[in-house]
Design a protein around this ligand. Structure first.
Ligand SMILES: [Ca+2]
Ligand SMILES: [Ca+2]
Length: 258
Protein backbone atom coordinates (compact mmCIF):
# COMPACT_ATOMS: atom_id res chain seq x y z
CA UNK A 1 0.00 0.00 0.00
CA UNK A 2 1.19 3.48 -0.83
CA UNK A 3 2.24 5.20 2.38
CA UNK A 4 3.37 8.75 1.80
CA UNK A 5 4.52 10.87 4.73
CA UNK A 6 1.23 12.19 5.93
CA UNK A 7 2.77 14.90 8.06
CA UNK A 8 3.82 16.62 4.89
CA UNK A 9 0.28 16.70 3.58
CA UNK A 10 -0.98 18.42 6.69
CA UNK A 11 1.19 21.39 5.75
CA UNK A 12 0.11 21.58 2.12
CA UNK A 13 -3.06 23.61 2.28
CA UNK A 14 -3.38 25.99 -0.65
CA UNK A 15 -6.34 28.03 -1.76
CA UNK A 16 -6.41 29.19 -5.38
CA UNK A 17 -8.90 31.50 -7.07
CA UNK A 18 -11.00 34.60 -7.17
CA UNK A 19 -12.83 35.36 -3.95
CA UNK A 20 -15.82 36.69 -5.86
CA UNK A 21 -16.53 33.13 -6.99
CA UNK A 22 -17.27 31.99 -3.46
CA UNK A 23 -20.62 32.28 -1.78
CA UNK A 24 -21.88 35.76 -0.96
CA UNK A 25 -24.58 36.41 1.62
CA UNK A 26 -26.69 33.33 2.01
CA UNK A 27 -25.89 32.08 -1.46
CA UNK A 28 -24.88 28.46 -1.52
CA UNK A 29 -22.15 27.38 -3.92
CA UNK A 30 -21.63 23.71 -4.71
CA UNK A 31 -18.05 22.54 -4.83
CA UNK A 32 -17.12 19.38 -6.67
CA UNK A 33 -14.05 17.30 -5.88
CA UNK A 34 -11.46 17.13 -8.64
CA UNK A 35 -8.58 14.83 -9.53
CA UNK A 36 -6.00 14.86 -6.78
CA UNK A 37 -8.52 14.33 -4.00
CA UNK A 38 -7.92 11.20 -1.95
CA UNK A 39 -8.67 9.55 1.34
CA UNK A 40 -6.26 7.45 3.38
CA UNK A 41 -6.17 5.72 6.71
CA UNK A 42 -2.94 4.68 8.37
CA UNK A 43 -2.34 2.66 11.50
CA UNK A 44 1.06 1.79 12.95
CA UNK A 45 0.19 -1.81 13.79
CA UNK A 46 -2.98 -2.48 11.82
CA UNK A 47 -3.18 -4.73 8.83
CA UNK A 48 -6.05 -2.78 7.37
CA UNK A 49 -6.18 0.54 5.65
CA UNK A 50 -8.00 2.53 3.07
CA UNK A 51 -6.46 4.49 0.28
CA UNK A 52 -8.16 5.71 -2.80
CA UNK A 53 -9.32 8.61 -4.90
CA UNK A 54 -12.37 10.30 -3.45
CA UNK A 55 -15.23 11.87 -5.38
CA UNK A 56 -18.21 13.89 -4.28
CA UNK A 57 -19.28 17.40 -3.40
CA UNK A 58 -20.06 19.87 -0.64
CA UNK A 59 -21.73 23.26 -0.38
CA UNK A 60 -20.21 26.48 0.94
CA UNK A 61 -22.54 29.08 2.45
CA UNK A 62 -20.97 32.36 3.51
CA UNK A 63 -21.89 33.66 6.94
CA UNK A 64 -22.30 37.41 7.40
CA UNK A 65 -20.61 39.44 10.09
CA UNK A 66 -17.61 37.21 10.64
CA UNK A 67 -15.32 38.96 13.16
CA UNK A 68 -11.57 39.50 13.10
CA UNK A 69 -11.03 39.87 9.38
CA UNK A 70 -12.16 36.31 8.86
CA UNK A 71 -14.69 35.13 6.35
CA UNK A 72 -16.57 32.10 7.59
CA UNK A 73 -18.46 29.60 5.49
CA UNK A 74 -20.70 26.81 6.62
CA UNK A 75 -19.79 23.58 4.86
CA UNK A 76 -23.01 21.72 4.18
CA UNK A 77 -24.08 18.52 2.47
CA UNK A 78 -20.64 16.93 2.41
CA UNK A 79 -21.02 13.71 0.44
CA UNK A 80 -17.83 11.85 -0.44
CA UNK A 81 -17.18 8.34 -1.71
CA UNK A 82 -13.77 6.65 -1.65
CA UNK A 83 -12.91 4.41 -4.56
CA UNK A 84 -11.78 1.46 -2.48
CA UNK A 85 -13.70 -1.72 -3.24
CA UNK A 86 -11.56 -3.64 -0.71
CA UNK A 87 -13.32 -1.80 2.10
CA UNK A 88 -16.64 -1.39 0.32
CA UNK A 89 -16.23 2.07 -1.20
CA UNK A 90 -16.77 3.87 2.11
CA UNK A 91 -19.01 6.93 2.01
CA UNK A 92 -18.53 9.97 4.24
CA UNK A 93 -21.28 12.51 4.82
CA UNK A 94 -21.53 15.47 7.15
CA UNK A 95 -21.05 19.18 7.65
CA UNK A 96 -18.33 21.57 8.73
CA UNK A 97 -16.85 25.05 8.86
CA UNK A 98 -14.37 26.77 6.56
CA UNK A 99 -12.62 30.03 7.50
CA UNK A 100 -10.37 32.40 5.61
CA UNK A 101 -8.38 35.30 7.00
CA UNK A 102 -7.92 37.75 4.16
CA UNK A 103 -6.09 40.53 6.03
CA UNK A 104 -2.63 40.51 7.50
CA UNK A 105 -1.21 37.01 7.52
CA UNK A 106 -3.35 35.10 5.07
CA UNK A 107 -4.41 31.71 6.23
CA UNK A 108 -7.37 29.37 6.22
CA UNK A 109 -8.69 26.34 8.01
CA UNK A 110 -11.42 23.76 7.67
CA UNK A 111 -13.17 21.42 10.08
CA UNK A 112 -15.40 18.63 8.88
CA UNK A 113 -17.63 16.42 10.99
CA UNK A 114 -18.00 13.27 8.96
CA UNK A 115 -19.79 10.02 9.48
CA UNK A 116 -18.76 6.89 7.67
CA UNK A 117 -21.61 4.96 6.06
CA UNK A 118 -24.17 6.73 8.20
CA UNK A 119 -22.30 6.52 11.51
CA UNK A 120 -21.51 9.71 13.42
CA UNK A 121 -19.11 11.62 13.67
CA UNK A 122 -15.40 11.93 13.04
CA UNK A 123 -13.83 15.37 13.36
CA UNK A 124 -11.35 16.15 10.59
CA UNK A 125 -9.26 19.31 10.97
CA UNK A 126 -6.74 21.08 8.80
CA UNK A 127 -5.45 23.35 11.54
CA UNK A 128 -4.59 26.88 10.48
CA UNK A 129 -2.44 26.74 7.39
CA UNK A 130 -1.00 29.32 5.04
CA UNK A 131 -3.11 30.81 2.30
CA UNK A 132 -0.59 31.77 -0.34
CA UNK A 133 -2.80 32.44 -3.36
CA UNK A 134 -6.31 33.63 -4.11
CA UNK A 135 -9.61 31.83 -4.65
CA UNK A 136 -11.79 29.75 -6.03
CA UNK A 137 -10.24 26.28 -6.47
CA UNK A 138 -9.90 24.81 -3.02
CA UNK A 139 -7.08 22.55 -1.91
CA UNK A 140 -6.79 21.58 1.71
CA UNK A 141 -5.65 18.61 3.77
CA UNK A 142 -7.56 17.44 6.81
CA UNK A 143 -6.69 14.87 9.40
CA UNK A 144 -8.45 12.79 12.00
CA UNK A 145 -6.31 11.17 14.73
CA UNK A 146 -7.60 8.09 16.45
CA UNK A 147 -6.28 4.91 17.97
CA UNK A 148 -6.88 1.24 17.48
CA UNK A 149 -6.04 -0.77 20.61
CA UNK A 150 -2.61 0.59 21.52
CA UNK A 151 -1.82 1.78 18.02
CA UNK A 152 -1.69 5.31 16.80
CA UNK A 153 -3.81 5.70 13.75
CA UNK A 154 -5.00 8.51 11.59
CA UNK A 155 -7.02 9.31 8.52
CA UNK A 156 -6.11 11.93 5.96
CA UNK A 157 -8.49 13.56 3.55
CA UNK A 158 -7.17 15.72 0.75
CA UNK A 159 -9.77 17.91 -0.91
CA UNK A 160 -9.19 19.50 -4.31
CA UNK A 161 -12.42 21.14 -5.33
CA UNK A 162 -13.89 23.71 -7.68
CA UNK A 163 -17.31 25.28 -7.92
CA UNK A 164 -19.40 23.33 -10.36
CA UNK A 165 -22.17 20.87 -11.02
CA UNK A 166 -21.80 17.60 -9.14
CA UNK A 167 -22.05 14.26 -10.92
CA UNK A 168 -25.43 12.50 -10.86
CA UNK A 169 -26.50 10.64 -7.75
CA UNK A 170 -28.33 7.36 -7.97
CA UNK A 171 -28.91 4.02 -6.29
CA UNK A 172 -27.12 1.24 -8.10
CA UNK A 173 -29.66 -1.32 -9.14
CA UNK A 174 -32.51 1.17 -9.47
CA UNK A 175 -32.93 0.28 -13.13
CA UNK A 176 -36.35 1.86 -13.55
CA UNK A 177 -35.28 5.06 -11.79
CA UNK A 178 -38.18 5.28 -9.36
CA UNK A 179 -35.92 5.84 -6.33
CA UNK A 180 -36.18 2.39 -4.73
CA UNK A 181 -34.97 -1.14 -5.37
CA UNK A 182 -37.64 -3.80 -5.66
CA UNK A 183 -38.90 -6.49 -7.99
CA UNK A 184 -39.78 -3.95 -10.67
CA UNK A 185 -36.07 -3.31 -11.28
CA UNK A 186 -34.98 -6.77 -12.46
CA UNK A 187 -38.22 -6.98 -14.43
CA UNK A 188 -37.45 -3.63 -16.06
CA UNK A 189 -33.96 -4.89 -16.92
CA UNK A 190 -35.23 -8.14 -18.42
CA UNK A 191 -37.84 -6.35 -20.49
CA UNK A 192 -35.22 -3.94 -21.81
CA UNK A 193 -32.62 -6.60 -22.57
CA UNK A 194 -34.85 -9.25 -24.10
CA UNK A 195 -38.25 -7.85 -25.07
CA UNK A 196 -37.44 -4.40 -26.40
CA UNK A 197 -38.60 -2.48 -23.35
CA UNK A 198 -37.54 1.05 -22.46
CA UNK A 199 -33.85 1.75 -21.94
CA UNK A 200 -32.92 2.81 -18.38
CA UNK A 201 -32.45 6.56 -18.06
CA UNK A 202 -29.37 5.99 -15.90
CA UNK A 203 -27.32 3.22 -17.47
CA UNK A 204 -24.81 3.19 -14.64
CA UNK A 205 -27.58 2.53 -12.12
CA UNK A 206 -28.80 -0.39 -14.21
CA UNK A 207 -25.36 -2.02 -14.09
CA UNK A 208 -26.18 -3.63 -10.76
CA UNK A 209 -23.06 -5.80 -10.56
CA UNK A 210 -20.83 -2.92 -11.72
CA UNK A 211 -18.95 -4.87 -14.36
CA UNK A 212 -19.31 -2.15 -16.97
CA UNK A 213 -22.03 -3.67 -19.14
CA UNK A 214 -25.58 -4.97 -19.01
CA UNK A 215 -26.70 -8.54 -19.34
CA UNK A 216 -28.72 -11.23 -17.62
CA UNK A 217 -26.28 -11.28 -14.70
CA UNK A 218 -27.46 -7.82 -13.61
CA UNK A 219 -31.05 -9.00 -13.24
CA UNK A 220 -29.91 -12.19 -11.50
CA UNK A 221 -27.72 -10.17 -9.15
CA UNK A 222 -30.67 -7.96 -8.22
CA UNK A 223 -32.97 -10.92 -7.65
CA UNK A 224 -30.41 -12.64 -5.42
CA UNK A 225 -29.90 -9.43 -3.44
CA UNK A 226 -33.61 -8.72 -3.03
CA UNK A 227 -34.86 -12.22 -2.25
CA UNK A 228 -31.99 -14.54 -1.42
CA UNK A 229 -29.56 -12.63 0.80
CA UNK A 230 -27.13 -11.92 -2.02
CA UNK A 231 -24.55 -9.16 -2.00
CA UNK A 232 -25.78 -5.60 -2.32
CA UNK A 233 -24.95 -3.57 -5.41
CA UNK A 234 -21.64 -1.76 -5.04
CA UNK A 235 -21.27 1.97 -4.58
CA UNK A 236 -23.42 3.86 -4.60
CA UNK A 237 -25.36 1.15 -2.83
CA UNK A 238 -29.10 0.66 -2.72
CA UNK A 239 -29.81 2.38 0.59
CA UNK A 240 -29.22 6.02 -0.26
CA UNK A 241 -28.60 8.01 -3.38
CA UNK A 242 -24.94 8.76 -3.85
CA UNK A 243 -22.06 9.14 -6.22
CA UNK A 244 -20.38 6.33 -8.07
CA UNK A 245 -16.83 6.05 -6.69
CA UNK A 246 -15.37 6.03 -10.16
CA UNK A 247 -16.45 7.33 -13.50
CA UNK A 248 -18.24 4.87 -15.72
CA UNK A 249 -18.41 4.87 -19.52
CA UNK A 250 -22.07 3.90 -19.18
CA UNK A 251 -23.07 7.31 -17.86
CA UNK A 252 -26.24 8.46 -16.18
CA UNK A 253 -28.05 10.75 -18.59
CA UNK A 254 -31.29 10.89 -16.63
CA UNK A 255 -30.54 10.63 -12.90
CA UNK A 256 -33.29 8.70 -11.12
CA UNK A 257 -35.47 9.97 -8.32
CA UNK A 258 -33.49 10.35 -5.11
CA1 LIG B 1 -36.53 0.99 -8.87
CA1 LIG C 1 -23.40 -5.49 -15.30
Amino acid sequence: MLRPKLGVFALLAVLVADSTALAQGDEAVTYVLQDGSYYMTECQCCIFGVFGPVVGSFVLVREEGSPGGKVTYRVEDVDLVVDDAFSGDPRYTGTGVYRQRMQGLKNHEMELFLGRDGACCLEYESGIVGLNTELPALEIDLRFDWSWRSCKAYSDLRIVAEAGTPPPRFRRGDADGNGTLDLTDPIFLLLWLFVGGDEPGCLDAADSNRDGHHDLSDAVHLLLYLFHGGSAPLGPGPERCGYAPRSSPLGCGLPPAC
